[in-house]
Design a protein around this ligand. Structure first.
Ligand code: NAD
Ligand code: FE2
Length: 438
């Protein structure tokens, strides 16, 4: 993909290429899956899939989900309908290519003719890649980019078990290449699932940290789709609805994981944000987060959440009016306040939301030496793909990364022979300091 875009950019110029892409994405027909929503939706999806009389369905999932027994309503419905299925539960976070290769082998080896993705974004994206690769007889690496491959995948159904990526409705599959430590994008309207179930009962066991990170991923999708340059009336409406839902229900789902209403609203927020960004695209936060995820294997939503406040402040000169509108929908300001005050309130509220969800302000994994290369790759990703409200230079991106770099640990000294009197004691080593800093 990078080669194709850089060749085209050299011949016609990046700004022209992006204007053409904007026109195209505004008009591109993007299919939308039939959605089953509410407690028990995954079983109802299973019944509907049963009606299609597939010869064998590949269920793609991960080992954690398989061990939790969450798939029973779906598999019971398939069994009742007489639809054979085989479970492949080897997907790990960020859909690494070797696991996708193994999934392709099961799909073809078992004579499958449909796929159900049952899991978080990593599982859904892996399933999309398995389907597209199998249909075209090509390696997933060859499908990286836009609209590669002659054929669409076999019928694809999705059951998200996290509320964040929106992958159940998007044209994207983000996979990872362990050989290069990078994340790769496959984009194709044919990989949007045919049907999906948003079932809050599957999300009640999500640990707090995953609830927080995935919820902030949904918020980032909605914000970046809204403040970027490719929004339409429809994507704006969806993005604003998603922001309102996240502000109201993410703290509730985080505090009480069993709150079914909050879980369902977060699942909807994730889907609405997915519908918004699959057309309007994302921006600088994602451009940076993808590099951090590839390099340090950070959860995607966590990387977004940590970068979001700084990137929003950086973009402020170009986004005051839009951030003011977001403040009103998020319920953190009043209409009579000026747009600048409202925009500030929204920026503060994002930081406060992160704090309330236990998301650190600094990124422990980040290393000063890595920053130039991370920034270069992030700027390239943003320049080549995203309709950002304010373009990041290399220096600006490095500064955004340095703003989340933990302070250097003080040198470890040899222990004193005579203990120092109590008082004025500073932590002597990195280990003595709290791991999560604010
Ligand atoms: N395709 C898209 O449009 C799109 C959009 C955003 C992000 N992504 C990609 O999606 C991936 C991240 O997906 P994610 O944030 O959903 O996380 P994930 O799928 O990587 O899952 C994170 C962890 O949560 C666990 N988990 C999932 N559901 C659970 C449940 N119900 N109960 C308990 N544990 C559960 C998983 O086993 C895993 O360990 C990244 O690779 C990211 O780049 C894709
Ligand atoms: Fe994301």
């Amino acid at each position: 993909m990078a080669n194709l875009i850089s060749d085209m950019a050299r011949s016609v110029g990046l700004p022209k290429l992006k204007s053409a892409a904007a026109l195209l994405t505004k008009r591109l027909p993007i299919p939308q899956p039939l959605l089953w929503v509410g407690p028990g939706a995954s079983g109802r999806l299973g019944q509907a899939i049963g009606d299609f009389a597939h010869q064998r369905v590949l269920i793609v999932t991960d080992a954690v989900i398989a061990s939790l027994g969450l798939m029973a309503p779906l598999t019971d419905a398939l069994t009742a309908a007489g639809t054979p299925f085989v479970v492949f539960d080897q997907i790990t976070p960020d859909a690494p290519i070797p696991q996708i290769e193994a999934g392709i082998a099961v799909f073809t080896g078992q004579g499958c003719d449909a796929i159900i993705a049952f899991g978080g974004g990593s599982v859904i994206d892996a399933a999309k890649a398995i389907g597209l690769s199998a249909a075209n007889g090509r390696h997933p690496r060859d499908l990286v980019g836009y609209f590669k491959g002659r054929h669409g995948p076999a019928p694809l159904y999705a059951v998200p078990t996290t509320a964040g990526t929106g992958s159940e409705v998007t044209v994207a599959a983000v996979i990872s290449d362990p050989e290069t430590g990078s994340k790769l994008l496959i984009a194709d309207t044919r990989i949007v699932p045919d049907m999906a179930a948003l079932d809050p009962c599957l999300m009640t066991g999500l640990p707090q940290a995953i609830t927080a990170a995935t919820g902030m991923d949904a918020l980032t999708h909605a914000i970046e789709a809204y403040v970027g340059g490719w929004g339409t009336a429809t994507t704006d409406r969806l993005a604003l609805a998603a922001v309102a839902l996240v502000y109201r229900y993410l703290p509730l789902a985080w505090r009480d994981g069993q709150d079914l209403q909050a879980r369902e609203k977060m699942a909807l927020a994730s889907t609405y944000a997915g519908l918004a960004f699959t057309r309007a695209n994302v921006g600088n936060v994602h451009a940076i987060a993808h590099q951090l995820g590839g390099k340090y294997h950070l959860p995607h939503g966590l990387a977004n959440a940590i970068m979001l406040p700084g990137v929003l402040r950086f973009s402020l000169p170009a986004t005051v009016t839009k951030l003011a509108a977001l403040a009103l929908r998020a319920g953190v300001g009043q209409a009579h306040e000026g747009t600048e005050t409202l925009a500030d309130r929204f920026l503060d509220s994002v930081e406060a939301l992160n704090d309330s969800l236990g998301i650190p302000r600094l990124l422990d994994a980040l290393r000063e030496d890595d920053i130039p290369a991370l920034a270069e790759a992030a700027c390239w990703e943003a320049d080549a793909n995203y309709p950002v409200p304010r373009r990041m230079t290399q220096e600006a991106c490095e500064a955004l990364l340095r703003a989340v770099l933990p302070p250097k640990a003080p040198r470890t000294r040899a222990p004193r022979k005579t203990p120092k009197p109590a008082g004025n004691a500073a932590p002597a080593s990195r280990a003595a300091r709290p791991k999560v800093r604010r």
